[in-house]
Every structure is written in structure tokens, then in C-alpha cells.
Design a protein around this ligand. Structure first.
Ligand SMILES: Cc1cc2nc3c(=O)[nH]c(=O)nc-3n(C[C@H](O)[C@H](O)[C@H](O)COP(=O)(O)OP(=O)(O)OC[C@H]3O[C@@H](n4cnc5c(N)ncnc54)[C@H](O)[C@@H]3O)c2cc1C
Length: 522
């Protein structure tokens, strides 16, 4: 994938695309894969980098959602459990099984959660990830040696899925490109055009690298702007009633010593009645999340002090050695595009189902839902978009479509396992230029070849793209990522043909950004 080729194709085209998609998160890229795999001609425009929005900031779970079962939303759980199974089948290099332990401190918890989690497992049918089990106190401690022992009675273990969200997104961008789609990052949609009858028939866009503007004509425009989708809708209808109630979720990242046996902790009821997870991820521990309603969705959201305090307090209730602010290696925040229902007071109770909304102008918006269900959401949206645009009927092909990088035994690639079959290409870069095998920081396994690979094959354009979404350094250890920035800028400048002024500016911008991901030293 080369951005120059993609922009060239987008600008050169005179006739209408079958579909123009606004937004390169899980929803938009999912639609691009589905539509391109059916043979439709597709253009996707993303205003920042692919995954810059919510889709790189999730809790990293491919799950049915135990909490939705408790809320009685069985259809969502069934759909998500099936999609969880399909995702593991189609992207085994990025999705893995994970054991979650619910520690029990009250007598009623073992039977209550034991039965609930059995039902969860039964609902997954042939897509099951493993049978749940009630654990003794000793068995619980063997899985969670760091858990608070005072009053511990035992636990319940169940199995769910875990993934790397931004890596999956980038692999889906490549999958869409392989199916014939044109996808451009750093290309903002600034307006919508309409035909004589007032129907949306294209988008106006700006290439943020060159500053050039262009129009892309479309038989249908699919708005996948996530938390920003109402702003896109207002480009067609300034008075459009908002669909979204944005809510932010904060995660804190610690080193791996908090979960030494690789089992996750699930706390079904925090003091504010929510679910909280502590999850092993890339050798670290991710703890989250919160649910704080917002008036406006920022592209780079920031944690509030009370959210950080709440996560630390909740963790302290369950861990023998409570984590402190000084232990936090990174803080990352995502904004949920929850679909509004009436007067929104608490976003925690809003549905996680997806919504397809068609405005009077013919603009189709896909929003809500979960990362886990992105494929099914896309299938639904493409069915409706194809009908709206009177495209020839074609069946969805994504249920069995391998995601780029598919490799059933990628564990053999060690630290590069999440590249799947692309690990061979990264290794080849190191064979040709051994210096590229050097780690960029002693605290993380990331090597220079990954940055070169990201620039050559994954459309990484900035230091942030390389350290936040092609590798996950910023999300794992923000101070280490900041220290890696000068070397990454040098590698990218070599690949992209940039000068020293560009390098300096990239490092400055990344240091400013990464300061927002650290609790200490700011
Ligand atoms: C804290 C948190 C934890 C979560 N955890 C999980 C989880 O563990 N498992 C799970 O299944 N789901 C989870 N989710 C839900 C999941 O992450 C989201 O449902 C999903 O990522 C939303 O994807 P999206 O594409 O709709 O939005 P986004 O990823 O935000 O993508 C929208 C994109 O549109 C772009 N855009 C907007 N306007 C324009 C424009 N004018 N021109 C061009 N581009 C534009 C934006 O830049 C953005 O990149 C979580 C969500 C949050 C917030």
C-alpha cells in the first residue's frame, strides 16, 4: 500500500464510486472490506490516521459482553459471541483466547457467577472459547497470585477473546486494498455535495499532506465517523438531530507483574455498578475502564483526575499490592459512539447495539456497536447501502475471508507474532540490513525494522502513526515511546524522503502528544 498511489487514484477518478466511506475506524474499514469483497468500487477517506479515533483505544476484548447478558440483551450477546468465533477463525494471528477470573469474596458469588458464566458459554455454541469453571480459593490464587487474600473464598474462570485493535485495523485496511478498495489517510471530508433533487451524490475532501482539495462522486456515501458522525450528518443537514451521546473510557497501563500468570481479572460490579477488567496485553497489564458522558468528542481525549483515581481505587480493592500513579506507564482514552435514546443521563446504560440511520438526503450512517461485531455491522450496512444506491445484488463474502496476515501458527514468530505472515517480511528487512534488528528502547521489544515496514507497507506517515498504531509503544509505555521518537523520525525520514526540519517537527509533536499519555513528569 502506497499513499501516493491511493491519493492519485482518488483524485484521478471522474465517474462516481459505488461507495464513498467517511472514516477509517473499525466501522468504516469493515464496510470497505465487505463492499470491495463483493466487487463494488470503494473509496474510504480518513481525516487523520486509520484508527486514530476510538478503534485503537478499546479494552482489547473480542467478547460477547458478560455485562450485556446481565442486562438481558441476549441478542447482542449471541451476535457478539458468533462474531468473536469468526474473528478468531479469520485473524488467528491477532485474536487469542484469554482466561478471565472473577474473584469471589461473598458466599453467593460462586453460584451466581458460576451459573451466569455457564449460560454465557452455552450461548456461544460451536463458537465457544472454553468451558467456565468454579475455582477453589487455592486454584484462584494459583491463577491470580497478586489478588487480595483477605476474605477471598474462590473464583469463577471463563474464557473470552483478546486482540490488538489497531493492528487488526491496519490489517483490515490492507485486506480492503487487496480486494480493490482505495483508502486514504490524512484526507478529511469537508463537505457533501447534492444532486438537483437534494440527494447526497459525493464528498468534498482535502488531502492534508498537499493541501489539495478534490471532489469524489458517489452512488452512496456511508458515514462511519464514529463519535464525529453527527458533524458529518450536519454537512448534509445543518439541523440534523444528534444520533450520538459520546462517553469516554479511560485505561491505565502497568507493567506485567500485576498479572504474572497471564490470567485476566473481571470485576462484575465496581462501586459505580460497572464492569472493570485487568488484562495482560503485550507483556503489560491494562486496567479499565470508565464511562463518563461528554458534550463534545475530542480526537485526542484526556483522562480526568477523578477517572484515574477511580481506576486506582478499584484496583487497590482487589490487589494485595495496590498500584500507584508512579506505576502507570501509559493512560489512554477512547470515546464511545453510543446511540442516543431520549434524555441521556447515564451513558453506561445506553445500548451497545449498532444503528444504521438514513437521512432524508440519502446519507447512510453506521454507528454504535462494538469492535467485536464490526464484520456483522459492515454486512448490514453494505446490504442497505447497496439497496439505496441500486447497486447490483451481491452476497457478503467476509464470513470466511481471511484477514491480511492470517497465520494459524504465528506464535513461532516470537515478538513479531502479531504480524502473522508479515513477520517474514519484517525478518527479511533485518536479514538485509542487520542494524534494523536493533531494539528502539530497552523497555519494549519494538525493533527498527517495524518502523521501516510500517512506512513501506502500512501507510505510516508520522512518528505517531508508527508508535501509536503500527506498533503500540505509546499505549504500553509513554515515556519509552517519547525516547524512541528521534530514532523513529530518522527512520521515517529516510523512507519517506523528508528533511531534518520535518524530523525536528515530528519529534516535537510526538513529545507534546505523549505527555498526555503519562501521569508522572507533567
Ligand atoms: C473505552 C472503550 C473501550 C472499548 N472496548 C471495547 C472492547 O474491548 N471490545 C469491543 O468489541 N469494543 C470495544 N469498544 C467499542 C469499539 O472500540 C468501538 O465501537 C469502535 O472502535 C468504533 O469504531 P468506529 O469506526 O465507529 O469509530 P472510530 O474508530 O472513532 O472511527 C471513526 C473515524 O472517522 C474519522 N472521521 C470523522 N470525521 C471525519 C471526516 N469528516 N473526514 C474523514 N474522516 C473522519 C475519525 O477520524 C475516526 O478515525 C470500546 C470503546 C471504548 C470507547
Amino acid at each position: 500500500m502506497k499513499r501516493e498511489d491511493m491519493v492519485g487514484r482518488a483524485r484521478a477518478r471522474e465517474g462516481p464510486w459505488d461507495m464513498v466511506i467517511v472514516g477509517g475506524g473499525a466501522s468504516g474499514v469493515g464496510v470497505a472490506v465487505d463492499a470491495a469483497a463483493r466487487g463494488y468500487e470503494v473509496l474510504l477517506l480518513e481525516q487523520a490516521d486509520f484508527g486514530k479515533g476510538t478503534s485503537s483505544r478499546s479494552t482489547k476484548l473480542v467478547h460477547g459482553g458478560v455485562r450485556y447478558l446481565e442486562q438481558g440483551n441476549v441478542s447482542l450477546v449471541l451476535e457478539a459471541l458468533k462474531e468473536r468465533g469468526l474473528l478468531r477463525q479469520n485473524a488467528p494471528h491477532l485474536v487469542s483466547d484469554l482466561a478471565f477470573v472473577v474473584p469471589n469474596y461473598e458466599w453467593w458469588e460462586a453460584p451466581f457467577y458460576g451459573v451466569g458464566l455457564k449460560v454465557y458459554n452455552l450461548l456461544s455454541g460451536r463458537y465457544g472459547f472454553g468451558a467456565s469453571e468454579v475455582l477453589s480459593r487455592e486454584e484462584t490464587l494459583a491463577r491470580l497470585p497478586t489478588i487480595k487474600t483477605d476474605g477471598l473464598r474462590g473464583g469463577v474462570v471463563y474464557y473470552d477473546g483478546q486482540f490488538d485493535d489497531a493492528r487488526l485495523l491496519i490489517n483490515l485496511v490492507t485486506t480492503a486494498a487487496e480486494q480493490g478498495a482505495t483508502l486514504v489517510n490524512y484526507a478529511a471530508v469537508t463537505g457533501l455535495t447534492k444532486d438537483d433533487e437534494g440527494f447526497v451524490d459525493g464528498v468534498l475532501a482535502r488531502d492534508l499532506e498537499s493541501g489539495a482539495t478534490f471532489r469524489a462522486a458517489a452512488r452512496v456515501v456511508v458515514n462511519c465517523g464514529g463519535p464525529f458522525c453527527d458533524a458529518v450528518r450536519r454537512m448534509a443537514e445543518p439541523q440534523a438531530t444528534p444520533l450520538i451521546a459520546p462517553s469516554q473510557g479511560v485505561h491505565l497501563v502497568f507493567d506485567g507483574s500485576f498479572l504474572p500468570k497471564g490470567n485476566a481479572i473481571m470485576v462484575p460490579h465496581t462501586s459505580d455498578g460497572r464492569v472493570m477488567f485487568a488484562i495482560p496485553w503485550h507483556g503489560h497489564t491494562v486496567v479499565g475502564t470508565t464511562d463518563t458522558p461528554l458534550d463534545e468528542a475530542p480526537l485526542e481525549p484526556r483522562a480526568r483526575p477523578e477517572e484515574v483515581a477511580f481506576i486506582l481505587e478499584t484496583a487497590a480493592r482487589y490487589l494485595e499490592k495496590p498500584p500507584t500513579r508512579a506505576d502507570v506507564k501509559s493512560v489512554f482514552v477512547g470515546v464511545r459512539p453510543l446511540v442516543r435514546t431520549g434524555d441521556v443521563k447515564s451513558t453506561a446504560s445506553l445500548s451497545r447495539d449498532h444503528t444504521i440511520h438514513i437521512d432524508a438526503s440519502g446519507l447512510l450512517t453506521l454507528t454504535g456497536g462494538k469492535w467485536t461485531t464490526y464484520r456483522n455491522m459492515a454486512e448490514d450496512a453494505v446490504n442497505q447501502a447497496a439497496t439505496l444506491a441500486r447497486l447490483p445484488d451481491r452476497d457478503c463474502a467476509t464470513r470466511t475471508l481471511n484477514v491480511h496476515g492470517f497465520h494459524p501458527g504465528s506464535a513461532k514468530f516470537g515478538d513479531l507474532h502479531f504480524y502473522g505472515s508479515d513477520a517474514l517480511l519484517v525478518e527479511e528487512l533485518v536479514r538485509r540490513e542487520p542494524a534494523l534488528g536493533e531494539r528502539l528502547h530497552p523497555a519494549l521489544p519494538t525493533v527498527a525494522a517495524e518502523v521501516v515496514f510500517a512506512a513501506r507497507h502500512e501507510m505510516a506517515r508520522t512518528v505517531e502513526d508508527a508508535l501509536a498504531r503500527r506498533t503500540r509503544a505509546l499505549f504500553l509505555n509513554a515515556p519509552a515511546a517519547a525516547e524512541m521518537a528521534p530514532k523513529v523520525a530518522e527512520l521515517l525520514a529516510r523512507e519517506l524522503g523528508r528533511d531534518s526540519a520535518w524530523r525536528g517537527e515530528q519529534v516535537r509533536q510526538f513529545h507534546e502528544l505523549s505527555a498526555g499519555y503519562r501521569l508522572t513528569g507533567r
